[in-house]
Design a protein around this ligand. Sequence first.
Ligand code: NAP
Length: 194
Amino acid sequence: MRKLTYFVACSIDGFIGDPGGDATSMMAFVDEEMIEFLTSEYPETVSAQGREVLGFGEVKNRRFDTVIQGRASYQIALDAGLTSPYGHMAELVASRTLRESPDPNVELVSGDVVGRIRELKAQDSELGIWLCGGSRLAGELIGEVDELVIKTYPQVYGSGMPMFGADFAVTDFALENVRTFDNGVLVRTYSRKR
Ligand SMILES: NC(=O)c1ccc[n+]([C@@H]2O[C@H](COP(=O)([O-])OP(=O)(O)OC[C@H]3O[C@@H](n4cnc5c(N)ncnc54)[C@H](OP(=O)(O)O)[C@@H]3O)[C@@H](O)[C@H]2O)c1
């Protein structure tokens, strides 16, 4: 079985964005060291737009070959004119309102998202599945998350969009790795205790 990893950026107090989901303030911490980390360790999480800015050539996916996002997160790419923001992976978008996929690389999942993730996990592949977000989709998939990679930016939001839009329930995770960056960013990796 391959893993579903929620790789996400958040504030110290656990918000993935302001109440509307915007996390632009965190971008100030994406400096040279952070870019080097992302491009060497998680290159596939850099979108087509980011790849253009960073001048990416051919880069092999290292951790993930599939990404799933909620329609609200995908909408940000659509609004920017990108129908396939992660064309270097298989892309899935959960939506009950989109009737037709805007791009041949994007599979719409309108019904049983948990069931579709279980099917993908059962597929034979060296690489895993990236749960990109946002909050509502992560809340629905919390039971399927095997790994968390949390990029914590040194900012307190006070309130905002939670990492998981889910009801209260305790789930235990084991800390596997911590990496600190000179600018105060922390990347923690946790695996789910089953
Ligand atoms: N900090 C980070 O690393 C990070 C990462 C990703 C996203 N974000 C932020 O998160 C925000 C969006 O999060 P969000 O919680 O509002 O929305 P979201 O989870 O991205 O998308 C929610 C939408 O997904 C669809 N959906 C969810 N569960 C479904 C299911 N079981 N079956 C079918 N469709 C389902 C629905 O789409 P329909 O309405 O079409 O039915 C729902 O409205 C954005 O502002 C983005 O910037 C932050």
